[in-house]
Design a protein around this ligand. Structure first.
Ligand code: 13P
Length: 284
């Protein structure tokens, strides 16, 4: 099966109250682990690729790996640019074979974000490519999400609804209290914001910063209208811990396959647990 747009599975996810996982691809082992987990559970999924990961892997390798996974698995897989910073990067990815892009205009003014996102949507839709937009600021690794300033960056429901109406994005990432990276405490997720926006727009809400969010909060988010959840850090941690364990046990190991095989297996387990939690098993 060729790579597909997120519209192949997101509308169904929203209608049936489950979420499709975006698992970030950082190298070949990540790609293989994600695909294996999804194959075992017969789930659609999204390969998220950040601009940093693109630089690391190279755009040609990235597309070739995702296409190989789609062909080998027969699953509906979207290859999605994560946090695309410009129209140009989005177009470069689409030309190279991406089936989906995120345009993150959240660092621009609200009106500029709408204008720039609209341009990406127009060009991407003409090529059958889906688009994710972002509103509000999703915190980073260092952010303490329980501090008051964080609230200042939360998405305002009425702005999010107008953003959707004007841009026509296929899914909408809104800042609701999660952050990228692991949390010091528990994230304070604003389910009321998710619910209010999800009730007013036909497309699903995207939850960024899925790593370390308690299972119950994930379930509540999905019930409120989240249909896509991004996970990266938990796979990175599982991968690195497995490698560290092998190397700590035996300082003489030099064959990368000796530590990358358990690293890949550790990521399979993480992704399978997320797919089961998100409810997308047997939805391929
Ligand atoms: P985590 O690294 O916190 O899982 O977040 C991933 C993400 O949101 C990518 O956009």
């Amino acid at each position: 099966m060729p790579l597909v747009s997120m519209n192949e599975f997101l509308p169904k996810a929203k209608a049936n109250k489950y979420a499709v996982g975006q698992f970030n691809m950082n190298n070949l082992e990540f790609a293989q682990a994600i695909m294996q987990a999804a194959m075992e559970l017969n789930s659609p999924f999204i390969y998220g690729v950040s601009e940093g990961a693109l630089k690391y892997m190279g755009i040609e390798y990235t597309v070739a790996i995702a296409e190989a996974a789609a062909k080998k698995s027969g699953l509906p897989i979207a290859l999605h640019l994560d946090h695309g910073s410009s129209f140009e990067v989005a177009m470069q990815c689409i030309r190279a074979g991406f089936s989906s892009v995120m345009f993150d205009g959240s660092h621009h003014s609200y009106e500029d974000n709408i204008r720039l996102t609209k341009e990406v949507v127009k060009a991407a839709h003409a090529m059958g490519v889906s688009v994710e937009g972002e509103l509000g600021t999703i915190g980073g690794v260092e952010d303490d999400i329980s501090v008051d300033e964080e609230n200042a960056n939360l998405a305002k429901p009425e702005e999010a609804i107008r953003f959707y109406e004007e841009t026509g994005v296929d899914c909408l990432a809104i800042a609701v209290g999660t952050a990228h990276g692991m949390y010091a405490g528990e994230p304070n997720i604003h389910f009321d914001i998710i619910q209010q926006v999800a009730n007013a727009v036909p497309v699903p809400i995207v939850l960024h910063g899925g790593s370390g969010v308690p299972d119950e909060a994930i379930r509540k988010s999905i019930q409120a209208g989240v249909g896509k959840i991004n996970v990266n850090t938990e796979n990175q941690v599982a991968c690195t811990n497995a490698i560290r364990e092998v190397l700590n046990k035996d300082a003489k190991v030099y064959d990368p396959r000796k530590y990358l095989t358990p690293a890949r297996q550790a990521m399979v387990e993480v992704v399978k647990a997320k797919i089961e939690l998100f409810g997308s098993s047997n939805q391929a």
